[in-house]
Design a protein around this ligand. Sequence first.
Ligand code: ATP
Ligand code: LTN
Length: 337
Amino acid sequence: MEEVQAKKKLFSAVQPSGAVTIGNYIGAIRNFVALQDEYDCLYAVADLHAITVRQEPAALRRNTLSLMALFIACGVDPEKCVLFVQSHVPAHCELTWVLNTITYPGELSRMTQFKDKSAKHADNVNMGLMDYPVLMVSDILLYQAALVPIGADQKQHLELTRDLAIRFNNRYGATFTVPEGYFPKGSSARIMSLADPARKMSKSDENPNGFVTMDDDKDTVLRKFKRAVTDSEAEVRYDPVNKPGVSNLLTIYTAFTGKSTEEAEREFAGKGYGDFKLAVGETVADALAPVREEKARLLADKGYLNAVMKRGEEAAARIARRTLSKVYRKVGFYTGD
Ligand code: ATP
Ligand code: LTN
């Protein structure tokens, strides 16, 4: 008889903290789709993470549904993957508590993201912001994920996940799978701001010209690329050190066309930046249009999205409960037997 090999598990999540950018898409969501046949995938809308910075409650609710629709519109198949909302599965918070007891404050206070977000939200440096990475560790370890597709900015958090899994396993016996990160190749793991190519493109940037969202219409996309910061030369060449703006546009262009950097350089040889930016803008706008349409269609069918979420919650909770019970037994919580 043919032996059926269980697929390895994969987990990732995106925060419903605003309009999703093409950086989120290129760095993470695109790989969610690419890996869904090879792994048993679970994808969450990380609303517990989102409230570590102030969110307007009505917007958070709207963004949660909208992100669920976007996952599906981008090609994540709810028949193949478990799609759910993080706060619907209480085990995430429960495991976080236990893992907090093996995490040291110094490990969290030196995280780059914590330092960046503390500086940006100086009036709201709360415990959740500091504990954010431990919640992320719990997300991953609950599902015994072997692989975690993320952008380069999440590398430190993945390292902490590995450290805590090993620490717990050493202290209490084999419990957690130690996961690997899965990063997009080269510079597509970190898409930079169009307005300031020294900073990563971020959905919470105050300057809306810095990012392109998955909801932007053609005119908006073309306008943002037209304004993108480049340099004073007139040569389309990939050189991230000396030409960060142009290189970032090339990365975006190759990500959406599948062309190699060399092919793209050849295509724009002898052309000015105006033509180049227009071509990148049109490519991105044309790629986003069908996703935007599909997302709108899905959002009009809230019953369907609710059903997907409910099914996801049940499937995720079942797996999470199994891991959490094991953890509770290992640490010595009385279970009545
Ligand atoms: P915020 O600006 O609110 O902190 P964000 O834009 O960083 O949010 P997240 O929800 O935190 O978005 O990230 C979702 C996924 O997108 C993560 O895997 C993250 O690594 C990836 N990602 C975020 N920004 C980029 C970027 N500029 N380039 C590539 N990947 C990115
Ligand atoms: N912190 C992540 C979002 C996130 C995540 C996760 C990613 C929350 N939990 C678990 C991978 C695995 C971010 O992108 N900022």
